[in-house]
Design a protein around this ligand. Structure first.
Ligand code: ACO
Length: 378
């Protein structure tokens, strides 16, 4: 018999203990292992942030170079897996391809069945490298281009851009992407991380948990929102409408404006603060002012009209577009970063596991009802 009352969407429910990420939604604070995201955004790199998430402390110089060596050394995709990617229809969405590829990567992982701490860390290195590679490789294959060999001398962000575009990325592009990866790396029990922990808690493996997490991230109420934001901006461009009038119409038709609102933040999402700055900077540097200017006009209107703030997805859309990245790669790029948080949570779950199995508040017909023969039913 259940006694607790339910909260729709588990709003406000504390579902587990964790030492990885802390959010104060009223004050707009996000911290990884106690370190404020604003400090990490200015000073850290994706590699250092991932070390922090996985190990609970910042690395010293030796630990960081060993970490970088392990991560860059994991840039390998089995030849059979490459054949699988070559046979994906080029109409498949990159997020679908990533979901299926991560599941299939377990066939080639020597630690697939081993849920020990050390094996989980080894698999996390591999998946962190491979997720970025799969996206870049598939994007080139679907465009009829040859996949590019990974470059172990490059950082994670730079190698992704290199494998995607086949040319060495500019310092600005690498820095911008690296910062976006730091900002997206973890966010406590967001839907995809919760999904990963639920799967891991059955003592299933890292690949299964990450596959489930990718499925959750894909939805437009979660990671898929960044693609929806850019489609909205493109539609504004195509129809020539005023951006504010466009979103006014959406609201009048009871539609949500993607990239706004958050279950936890009741004030500015601290990640949006940095993404707004990046978007503005790229806009001024590139002369492609409209994406930032339209986004800002929409933001000011939604703030005033609905008291809703931009979330992490809103300005990542214009930022990635100004980096020349295709819209349907935005959510996969979220996964390029969030694998570091998913891995940290899966490792934490396996290190001190208990099955996650909540209850539902039953609202169906009152017990007992009775089975009746078919000829006696209404
Ligand atoms: N546009 C317009 N209205 C909104 C929006 C929005 N983006 N977000 C919330 N609202 C309104 C709802 O219509 C609802 O109004 P009502 O009470 O009059 O019916 C109220 O605000 C509460 O909204 P819920 O959807 O119940 O809030 P919840 O906490 O469940 O959802 C969520 C949070 C899913 C993020 C929501 O704000 C949303 O759908 N935003 C758009 C999608 C988006 O940007 N998702 C990315 C979130 S960040 C991330 O996952 C990485």
């Amino acid at each position: 018999m259940t006694t607790a009352t339910s909260a729709k969407g588990l709003e406000g429910i504390v579902a587990t203990n964790s030492s990885i990420c802390w959010i104060d939604g009223d004050a707009g604070v996000l911290a990884y292992r106690g370190i404020d995201i604003h400090e990490l955004a200015v000073n850290s790199s994706f590699e250092e942030t991932t070390y922090l998430l996985w190990n609970g402390k910042l690395p010293n110089a030796d630990e960081q170079s060993e970490f970088n060596r392990q991560l860059a050394g994991s840039r390998h995709i089995d030849g059979h897996m490459m054949d699988r990617l070559r046979h994906v229809p080029n109409t498949a969405r990159p997020m679908e391809v990533l979901r299926t590829a991560v599941s299939a990567l377990s066939y080639y992982d020597p630690d697939e069945e081993d849920n020990s701490h050390d094996a989980n860390v080894r698999k996390s290195y591999r998946l962190t490298s491979q997720i970025a590679m799969v996206i870049a490789i598939y994007d080139r294959l679907r465009k009829g281009k040859k996949p590019i060999e990974a470059d172990p001398t490059l950082s994670h962000a730079a190698n992704f851009l290199w494998m995607l575009n086949g040319e060495k990325p500019s310092e600005t592009a690498t820095k911008t992407l690296d910062l976006a990866l730091v900002l997206h790396a973890d966010h406590e029990l967001n839907a995809s991380t919760f999904a990963a922990r639920v799967i891991a808690a059955t003592l299933s493996d890292v690949h299964s948990a990450v596959t489930g997490a990718i499925g959750a991230l894909k939805g437009p109420l979660h990671g898929g929102a960044n693609e929806a934001v850019m489609r909205l901006l493109f539609d504004i461009e195509k129809t020539g409408q005023d951006p504010v009038e466009y979103v006014k119409n959406l609201l009048a038709n009871k539609q949500k404006v993607m990239g706004f609102g958050h279950r936890v933040y009741k004030t500015e999402d601290p990640r949006a603060t940095h993404l707004r700055k990046m978007s503005e900077q790229l806009s001024r540097d590139s002369g492609q002012n409209k994406w930032y200017d339209w986004s800002r006009a929409i933001e000011l209107y939604i703030n005033a009209e609905k008291k809703l703030n931009a979330n992490v997805d809103f300005y990542s859309a214009s930022t990635y577009t100004m980096l020349g990245i295709d819209v349907d790669l935005f959510t996969p790029i979220f996964a390029v970063s969030r694998i570091s948080g998913w891995a940290a949570h899966i490792i934490e779950q396996h290190d001190d596991n208990r099955l996650i199995r909540p209850r539902a508040e039953y609202l169906g017909p009152v017990y007992p009802q009775h089975w009746v023969p078919v000829n006696k039913r209404d």
